[in-house]
Design a protein. Structure first.
Length: 608
């Protein structure tokens, strides 16, 4: 969705509130306050323009005084940016419903984009340690948004996500039992009165999967803010909550089943010429971009681990991942378990290799680099917070001086700020924090991380997502594995996980490894919902996931990394290495007889 705006553009945003007539968002409004005639008359083909003074009286708008106008311009710009950030989920930039690019999601380079005055603007705080032609280092100034350069635009060309999604993903209609509907984001709780929340393609819904399990449902942060619109049989517009027509959306349905073959073709054509094959995966693989590792990876068992090192290790026991790059032709990627800022375990995927002119030297340099990046982020966030508070103070001080429509916009912004916490800049940075720490943003977590960086930079750097890449691995005699990073630091882990290249689905159930359970006490673990947690068994080569409830589990004993003992009602005990979260893929929306008045229909465009 792109807005082309003039010096008085902010008045156009609310024309729809004045005359209840939607004006196309791709109209050019020139400095003479004129708009294309065909914008208001669908049957007019002339490209001539008419003056706003010639429009019907209900489309004219009385201008506020100078101070109110300046304030309202700031409010309107903020509303534009908030909508863009929320609809595009900050990590991707879409124009007119076409995927322009999906930016690299690896923790080495997190970028967030929005549209502002028609230009693509960029923000980055957690700077890459890499200095290759495909990297782009942080801007030295404290401004959070800044324009991209030609250097970074060349990076766009390494993303082929658009080729991995199917026609359903490109459609603006979501299929439900109630009919085909259009989804929109009602972030201000006014049925998108500002006409900027349209989900123009279903692929945009991938960005709303906040917990990364591949299902869009009530577990996701903004699910309650998503609504649908359509028409009844008489052509009258209908609006309902998305949850009224579906209990969840299986986002995997938007991805081509042969997406791996599609990416392989690009790797064969471009890998080693412009970018390595793993970077193509990181910028183009929809599973890597949108879904958490816990729902895509599986544990490498002890026998498989031994065979791997026997096949690739040198005489000193090290597997050089750069020299043995063919490993990643057979294995999509590796991950290991690390502890986050909140102390919870999560999977950390290996980053792709990238060359640097001046490599970091060891753990101290790595921690210093992370500290510098975080403190830049922290200071910029405080600045954004102060700017936002100043705007809110001006709105509050304006009182009844604002005209009705301007007051409505200001009130919407105040309500949004109170509920979701901040300005467009702050929200973008909060998402940046979440993606680089693995935990949700809060003022408390921000201050906690700052204190950790100031008191123990090494520990703070370790809880952040990795900025560097694993270049070698060694299997130790005690069964642990040493990982060597290109920054020079080394860590020791107990086990490895491999990427399955898909969401883990067994028998119509989505499954994700529950690492948190390994940290629970026996008392805590026995409070889990046994219907939504289970174990995977492998009988005669066929995997099955069975809930603890169906197994007849009475109690669980937790032995940490060694696994779990499940005590059944019969008194029998069985062993499970891991526990898994279970999500059912069937739509649980009430599917009893759907009444005519509940159905949605498409409206035929007579001017198409």
């Amino acid at each position: 969705m792109r807005l082309y705006l003039s010096e008085n553009w902010y008045t156009d945003i609310f024309n729809t509130l004045n005359n209840k007539q939607k004006i196309r968002k791709d109209i050019q409004i020139d400095n003479n306050n004129s708009i294309p005639k065909d914008a208001l008359s669908p049957n007019t083909t002339s490209k001539s323009t008419i003056s706003i003074n010639q429009l019907p009286p209900q489309t004219q708008k009385q201008q506020p005084d100078k101070e109110s106008q300046k304030l309202f311009e700031a409010v309107a710009k903020e509303i534009v940016n908030i909508n863009q950030i929320m609809v595009n989920n900050v990590s991707s930039e879409y124009s007119k419903g076409q995927i322009q690019a999906v930016f690299i999601e690896r923790p080495t380079l997190q970028r967030h984009y929005t549209l502002y005055d028609g230009d693509v603007l960029d923000s980055a705080h957690f700077e890459s340690t890499h200095d290759s032609e495909y990297s782009y280092s942080i801007k030295e100034s404290t401004d959070y948004f800044f324009k991209t350069t030609d250097k970074f635009k060349s990076f766009f060309h390494t993303s082929y996500l658009n080729y991995t999604i199917n026609d359903y993903a490109r459609s603006e209609y979501l299929q439900t039992d109630f009919g085909e509907v259009k989804v929109f984001l009602d972030i201000f709780d006014n049925n998108d009165a500002f006409k900027m929340g349209d989900i123009t393609q279903n692929v945009l819904l991938l960005g709303f999967d906040s917990n990364g399990d591949g299902l869009l449902n009530s577990d996701d942060k903004l699910f309650s803010k998503l609504k649908v619109r359509g028409y009844d049989k008489d052509g009258n517009e209908k609006i309902a909550k998305l949850s009224d027509v579906v209990s969840q959306v299986d986002l995997e349905k938007f991805i081509k089943t042969d997406y791996k073959d599609v990416l392989k073709n690009f790797k064969d054509s471009y890998a080693n010429k412009y970018v390595n094959s793993r970077e193509i995966d990181e910028t183009s693989d929809p599973y890597k971009l949108f879904f958490k590792a816990e729902y895509r990876y599986k544990r490498v068992d002890d026998d498989e681990t031994k065979k791997f090192f026997e096949a690739y290790a040198d005489e000193d026991g090290w597997v050089d991942l750069k020299k043995n790059s063919q490993i990643f032709d057979k294995i999509n990627n590796f991950a290991y378990v690390k502890s986050g800022l909140d102390g919870e375990l999560r999977l950390s995927e290996f980053n792709s290799f990238a060359s640097r002119h001046e490599p970091l030297k060891g753990e101290v340099a790595y921690a210093q680099n992370q500290t510098k990046n975080f403190l830049t982020f922290y200071n910029d966030y405080q600045k954004a917070k102060q700017e936002h508070q100043e705007l809110l103070n001006k709105i509050m001080a304006s009182g009844a001086n604002l005209p009705e429509q301007e007051a409505q916009a200001a009130q919407a912004l105040l309500k949004f700020s109170d509920e979701l916490g901040g300005s467009a800049k702050m929200i973008a940075m909060q998402n940046d924090f979440r993606k680089n720490t693995g935990i949700e943003f809060s003022e408390q977590n921000l201050e906690k991380l700052k204190a950790m960086f100031l008191s123990d930079p090494k520990k703070a750097a370790q809880v952040m997502n990795d900025l560097d890449s694993v270049v070698a691995m060694k299997l130790n005699q005690n069964g642990t594995i040493t990982l060597k990073f290109d920054s020079g630091r080394e860590i020791m882990v107990n086990e490895l996980f491999t990427d399955t290249g898909k969401l883990n689905t067994i028998g119509g159930k989505r499954v994700g490894i529950n690492l948190k359970a390994k940290q629970m006490s026996d008392e805590e673990i026995n409070k889990l919902d046994f219907e939504k947690v289970g174990i995977i068994t492998n009988e005669n080569g066929k995997e099955e996931i069975t809930s603890l409830k169906d197994l007849g589990v009475k109690a669980i004993r937790n032995f940490g990394v060694k696994g779990f003992i499940l005590v059944l009602n019969s008194g029998k005990q069985i062993y499970g290495k891991d526990l898994f979260n279970i999500m059912f893929l069937d739509d649980k929306t009430n599917k009893k007889e759907i009444k005519e008045e509940d159905r949605f229909y498409k409206k035929v465009d007579m001017w198409a």
